[in-house]
Design a binder for this molecule. Structure first.
Ligand code: C2O
Length: 337
């Protein structure tokens, strides 16, 4: 037996050996026959991908996105880029199939300080795979701008029943209004302006409450060997949760959420809120000097058909990852609550 201080502080490392312990789960991606490679940022000379609000996409952009998703859906099931396999990467990281390297604990990225970082990595690879499928190195995912009154319902590109972006399990109320937390109403012409105002207040409150400490914004510390769910950050609570629930069905359960393509636009907006947080003065940023946060790592299939290990420290700057968000008004930033 060894004495001395136990090695307490350690980053969470994903064990690449993915195992579906529950026979009803099929969350694991196809195993990699090759060695896992370490992530390298894309060359800084490649064009920046500009993520735009989903409700403002032009017909050409919308067609392109739907075509890429249709191609992804048409891939054989054993292909790591197949839409269903890609959706299931989310379920694999929800206590289902990945373990922490060297520990007997399932990996659960929700309700922890890796909520924003893991989803950023997931969208990064997903976007590049879609771009690869249509041979477009500047392809960018749209974001669902539900923090603006013009985006507070299911965006038009997701409504067409014949589109690859449609999901039949959604609650039809979302076509009128999406609540960001406690703003439900009867969705009538008279009540909608109030409901939208309520959404703006939720946004303001939740965003500002993450300024006193980055742990409040990001979520609880989660180090190697820690049990799941130390606690989610302010944005993960609301608006993140209520948007999943208001869209309904597939989107409302962790295991199936990413089977609705609107998931990726929802998380585009969540990711954008992190980006806005980064550029807003006055916040505390203490977790960014904690190596247990920065050295945590996850594994993903990439657009070159390799399995890549990416660290949180590679995920902090979206420009280094080759994308930016189009700037749109933040009507909630300075309102009174
Ligand atoms: Cu991984 Cu919106 O949940």
């Amino acid at each position: 037996m060894q004495f001395g201080l136990p090695a307490r502080s350690k980053p969470v490392i994903t064990d690449p050996k993915c195992v579906d312990y529950d026979p009803f789960d099929r969350c694991c991606p196809p195993p990699s026959p090759k060695k896992i490679v370490n992530f390298k940022p894309p060359p800084q000379s490649s064009p920046l991908r500009v993520r735009r609000p989903a409700h403002a996409l032009g017909p050409e952009e919308a067609r392109k996105y739907a075509r890429a998703t249709a191609l992804m859906r048409a891939l054989p099931h054993n292909h790591p880029w197949n839409f269903f396999r890609q959706s299931n990467v989310h379920c694999a990281y929800c206590s289902r199939s990945y373990f922490q390297l060297g520990h007997n604990y399932p990996l659960e990225i929700h309700g922890t300080w890796h909520f924003f970082t893991w989803h950023r990595a997931y969208l990064y690879f997903y976007e590049r795979i879609l771009g690869k499928l249509i041979n477009d190195t500047s392809f960018a995912l749209p974001f669902w701008n539900w923090d603006d009154p013009s985006g507070m319902s299911i965006p038009p590109i997701y409504r067409d029943h014949s589109s690859s972006l449609f999901n039949p399990t959604r609650n039809p109320d979302g076509l009128k209004f999406i609540s960001l937390g406690g703003c439900e109403g009867n969705n009538t012409l008279e009540s909608l302006p109030k409901q939208r105002q309520c959404n703006l207040q939720v946004m303001h409150r939740q965003f500002i409450s993450g300024f006193k400490s980055s742990l409040l914004f990001f979520g609880g510390q989660y180090r190697a060997g820690d049990r799941s769910l130390p606690g989610g950050g302010s944005i993960e609570g609301s608006p993140h949760g209520p948007v999943h629930l208001t869209v309904g069905s597939d989107m409302s359960a962790l295991e199936t959420a990413a089977q609705d393509p609107i998931f990726f636009a929802h998380h585009g907006n969540i990711d954008r809120l992190w980006e806005i947080w980064e550029s807003t003065p006055g916040k505390k940023r203490e977790i960014f000097s904690d190596n247990d946060f920065l050295d945590a790592s996850f594994v993903f299939w990439d657009e070159n058909k390799q399995v890549v290990r990416i660290r949180v420290r590679d995920l902090i700057d979206t420009r280094k990852l080759g994308y930016v968000y189009e700037e749109v008004p933040l009507r909630w930033m300075n309102i009174k609550t």
